[in-house]
Design a protein around this ligand. Structure first.
Ligand code: PRP
Length: 201
């Protein structure tokens, strides 16, 4: 069984869960991107690439945030909420400078253009989405945008940059996902794993 993990803290947490439920240690060697042990191959990939590996069946299952999944719109099965990596996707703006929704075009900076566009379309608000790759909180401070759509976990980054939450778009946490064909062909193994993780959580 091949499992795609997003590099960083979520991979560490997930490997810890696997080590606990399977009773053996799973640790990547420095800089190695694949870890093979017994029946398992773990792949270390970029967060946003997890759904792609799973969709194309390069991995049978994967671990990824609901925010990434929603943004990618990739068709995979969500099989378990792992209740880690909890965060919110919010609209934010400078404290004391709320977004002026009467303007004809509002500029919103974000890493998540699709979620942003959908959210504002549903509210019939026209937005120019400015796609950035990080440090989103900077955009309204230097006049690049009127507001942001970003992830809030502890709230520290927004607070320290004089921003506040306007509205919450969605809550997110990390999900175990599966390729549809793999779920059919390896149903027993996948469900067993899902049960063990569920028990552990
Ligand atoms: C994310 C997000 C916020 C921050 C929120 O950024 O985009 O900037 O974390 O966390 P907090 O509420 O706990 O402060 P990330 O650390 O992924 O870095 P990036 O800005 O380079 O994307």
């Amino acid at each position: 069984m091949t499992i795609a993990l997003p590099k960083g803290r979520i991979a560490d947490d997930t490997l810890r869960i696997f080590s606990s439920i399977l009773g053996e240690e799973f640790l990547f060697d420095d800089r190695k991107l694949i870890l093979q042990k017994g029946n398992f191959s773990f792949l270390l990939v970029r967060n946003q690439d997890v759904p792609t590996y799973v969709y194309h069946q390069a991995a049978d299952i994967g671990v990824v945030g609901l925010d990434v999944l929603e943004e990618s719109k990739i068709d995979v099965l969500k099989i378990l909420d792992m209740r880690i990596g909890r965060c919110k996707i919010v609209v934010g703006s400078e404290i004391g400078k709320p977004i002026d929704y009467t303007k004809s075009h509002i500029k919103i900076a974000t890493k998540m253009p699709r979620i942003t566009q959908e959210y504002f379309s549903k509210k019939a608000i026209a937005v120019d989405v400015i796609k950035l790759y990080g440090s989103i909180e900077l955009a309204p401070l230097v006049g690049l945008s009127d507001g942001i759509v970003d992830i809030v976990e502890t709230g520290t980054t927004m607070r320290q940059n004089n921003l506040e939450i306007d509205s919450v778009i969605m809550e997110s946490s990390v999900f175990l996902i599966a390729n549809k064909n793999s779920f059919f062909s390896k149903k027993r193994e996948i469900l067993q794993l899902q049960e063990k993780i569920k028990g552990f959580l």
